[in-house]
Design a protein around this ligand. Structure first.
Ligand code: B12
Ligand code: SF4
Length: 502
C-alpha cells in the first residue's frame, strides 16, 4: 500500500514574518511514530511542509495528515484536494481532537487523542475494508510501542533531528494548556518503560537530544531512573519542567549529571491572582529566584516562558517581566499572548463570558489577541508583547543579563546565545537554503557543553559541577566512536536560544 503522511505548515509560512529557522528545528515525530504501525511492505512518503514543498500530484492509497490549530486550514485544503481525487484521507492531532465536528467534513476518518492505540486499530479495519468514521483513544500506554520510523526523517533538513518524547501529557491542569482537551477520556500523564526510553536514546546518533516532553520531571521516580541510566551515555540535552519540580528534592542535580544543559521553565506570571485564574497552582508561592539560582549553579541555561494578557495584567506587566528576566540572568525569554485554544477550560470560560473575539485559527499563534481583554486594550497587549521581545534582546540588556553570572564562561555563553537570537537570522537562512542544517549539530552539541564553574549568585550545597573529562561520542555519519568535540563558544550559539522553544 502507498501511504502519504503530511505535516502541513502553518498559514504564516507564506507571510513576511516567516522565520525558517523556527520551523526547521524538529522533525515530524508524531507522524514518524504512527508510521511504525504500517507494514514494512508499505511504501511511505512522509512530507513536512515546514522544510520541503509538498507534492500534491501523487496518487497514494491512504493520506494521513496531522492537524495543529495554526495549520488547520492548510490541512483541510490538502485533505479536500486528495478526497476530490477519490483518495482515502484520515485526519488526527490536537486540533481534530478539540474540534471534531469542524474536521470531520474534510476527512474519511478522524482520530481523537494520541494515535498509539487507534491508528493500528484503524489500519486493521482499513485493510478489511470496514474503516470507521471516527476513532477515539481510550487505552493510554507506551508499553511495547514499535520503534519510531526515524528512517523516514530527512535528518539533514533539521537542526535538531534527535527530538524525543518519553512521557505523554503532564500531571498538572493549567486552564490555558492544550493537554486536558487532548488527553480527555483516558490517562492525562503516562511514561515509557525506563529501559525502552534508554533504548530509544541509544538508537540516536551524536550527543544532543531535545526532550519534547511537556514536563520531563513530572514523574520523579521515572525521571530519576532515566537520569541514572543516562549518566554514562555522554549526552547533552534540553527539556522542559515546572518551577516546583526544580525546587523539590535533588532531581535537578540528577538531571544535570545526566547531561541537562538548558531548561524551558513555565514562570508564566508573577501575579498570584493570574496563577489562580489559570489554575497554575504549582507556581503559587514558589520562589522563582531560588529556582533560577539553583539552575544557574548547575550550569543549566534557562528559557523562561511568560504569558501576557491574563486578567490581572496591567500596562506595567511588560516592563516588570523584562526587567525580572534581565536581573535574574535568564538566557532567553519566550513571551506569549494568552491564547484560548478550543477545548481548553480557558476557552470554555471565555466563550461563556462572550469574550472570544475571533475564531480565525490562523491568529491563534500566541502573537495575536483573539479575546476581549480586561485591564489592557488589545492594542496595548500586542504592542507590549512586541516591545518586550525587542527590549529583552537589546544589546544592553543582553550584556546586563550576562553579567549576572559569576563565571566568565557562563557570561560569554549567555552573551553570545542571547545576542545571536536576533542578529544571526541571515546566517541561518543561508544554511537552511543550502540544505546543510544537519551539519550544524556538532556545533550545537559543543556549545551545550557544561559550564565548569558555578555561574550564579547562590552556591547551593547540592550543586555539583561535573568536568566533561575525556569524552567519546558516536559520529552521526558512521556510528563509530570518536573523541568528542572540545568546548567552544561561538556566535552561532544562537542555536541554544532557538532550541528553547517548547
Ligand atoms: C515540537 C513542537 C513544535 C515544533 C515542531 C512540530 C513538529 N514538527 O511536529 C515547532 C517549533 C515547529 C512548533 C511550532 C508551533 N507550535 Co508547537 N509544539 C511542539 C510540541 C512541544 C511537541 C510536539 C510533538 O512532537 N509531540 C510528540 C508527538 C509524538 O506527539 P504528536 O505530534 O502530538 O503526535 C501524536 C498525536 O497528536 C496523534 N496524532 C497526530 N496527528 C495524527 C494523525 C492521525 C491520523 C492520527 C491517527 C493520530 C495523530 O498521534 C501521535 C502519536 O501519539 C507541542 C507540545 C506537545 N507536547 O505536543 C507544541 C504544540 C503542539 N505547539 C503549539 C503551538 C501553539 C505552536 C505554534 C503556533 C507556536 C507559535 N507561537 O508559533 C507553532 C505553529 C506550529 C504549526 N505548524 O502550526 C501548541 C498547539 C496548540 C493546539 N491546540 O494546536 C502545542 C500543544 C504547545 C502548547 N502547549 O500550547 N511546535
Ligand atoms: S505545567 Fe505546562 S504542560 Fe503541564 S498543564 Fe501546565 S502548561 Fe500544560
Amino acid at each position: 500500500m502507498k501511504v502519504k503522511m503530511i505535516l502541513p505548515a502553518l498559514t504564516e509560512a507564506e507571510s513576511p514574518f516567516w522565520r525558517p529557522i523556527k520551523y526547521s528545528l524538529f522533525p515530524p515525530l508524531g507522524l514518524a511514530t504512527l508510521a511504525a504501525y504500517l507494514s514494512p511492505d508499505d511504501e511511505i512518503d512522509l512530507q513536512d511542509q515546514h522544510v520541503e514543498k509538498v507534492n500534491l500530484n501523487d496518487t497514494p492509497d491512504l493520506v494521513v495528515i496531522q492537524v495543529y490549530i495554526t495549520n488547520a486550514y492548510r490541512a483541510y485544503s490538502f485533505a479536500d484536494h486528495y478526497r476530490s481525487r477519490g483518495i482515502y484521507v484520515v485526519l488526527g492531532g490536537l486540533h481534530v481532537t478539540s474540534l471534531p465536528e469542524e474536521a470531520a467534513p474534510h476527512a474519511d476518518t478522524i482520530f481523537l487523542g494520541p494515535g498509539e492505540e487507534t491508528f493500528p486499530a484503524f489500519l486493521k479495519d482499513f485493510k478489511a475494508k470496514r474503516p470507521k468514521k471516527q476513532y477515539a483513544s481510550a487505552v493510554r500506554s507506551l508499553v511495547n510501542i514499535p520503534p519510531i520510523r526515524r528512517d523516514l526523517i530527512k535528518r539533514h533538513l533539521y537542526l535538531v533531528p534527535n527530538s524525543i518524547v518519553v512521557t505523554r501529557g503532564c500531571p498538572h491542569h493549567c486552564d490555558f494548556c492544550y493537554k486536558d482537551a487532548f488527553f480527555e477520556g483516558g490517562k492525562t500523564f503516562y511514561t515509557q518503560v525506563v529501559d525502552d526510553a534508554l533504548a530509544e536514546i541509544d538508537r540516536l546518533p551524536g550527543r544532543h537530544l531535545y526532550f519534547l516532553d511537556d514536563h520531563l520531571l513530572g514523574n520523579a521516580k521515572f525521571a530519576s531512573a532515566l537520569f541514572e541510566g543516562m549518566k554514562g551515555m555522554n549526552r547533552v540535552f534540553q527539556s522542559a519542567a515546572t518551577v516546583d519540580s526544580i525546587l523539590r528534592g535533588d532531581l535537578i542535580e540528577k538531571a544535570a549529571d545526566a547531561g541537562m544543559r538548558s531548561l524551558f521553565v513555565g514562570f508564566e506570571t508573577f501575579s498570584p491572582q493570574n496563577l489562580k485564574q489559570s489554575n497554575k497552582k504549582q507556581n503559587l508561592q514558589k520562589d522563582y529566584r531560588k529556582a533560577v539560582d539553583r539552575l544557574h549553579a548547575l550550569g543549566i541555561m534557562i528559557n523562561g516562558s511568560f504569558v501576557f494578557g491574563l486578567d490581572d495584567d496591567d500596562r506595567d506587566v511588560f516592563k516588570r517581566t523584562v526587567e525580572w528576566g534581565v536581573q535574574n540572568g535568564i538566557t532567553t525569554s519566550t513571551y506569549h499572548i494568552l491564547t484560548p485554544y478550543p477545548g481548553t477550560a480557558l476557552y470554555a470560560n471565555m466563550k461563556r463570558e462572550d469574550r472570544i473575539a475571533s475564531d480565525n485559527w490562523d491568529l491563534y499563534d500566541t502573537r495575536h489577541v483573539v479575546y476581549k481583554t480586561k485591564k489592557l486594550s488589545a492594542e496595548e497587549l500586542e504592542e507590549g508583547y512586541h516591545w518586550a521581545y525587542k527590549e529583552f534582546y537589546t544589546w544592553s540588556n543582553i550584556a546586563s543579563a550576562s553579567l549576572t553570572h559569576d563565571s566568565a564562561k557562563h557570561m560569554l555563553k549567555h552573551f553570545l546565545y542571547s545576542g545571536g537570537w536576533k542578529k544571526f537570522e541571515p546566517v541561518w537562512n543561508f544554511v537552511i537554503k543550502s540544505k546543510n542544517l544537519g551539519a550544524m549539530l556538532p556545533l550545537l552539541e559543543s556549545i551545550l557543553s557544561k559550564v565548569k564553574k558555578s555561574g550564579a549568585r547562590s552556591q547551593e550545597p547540592g550543586a555539583r559541577i561535573q568536568e566533561p573529562g575525556a569524552i567519546r561520542e558516536r559520529t552521526e555519519a558512521t556510528g563509530e566512536m570518536r573523541e568528542a568535540t572540545p568546548e567552544v563558544a561561538s556566535p552561532l550559539a544562537r542555536a541554544g536560544e532557538i532550541l528553547s522553544f517548547k
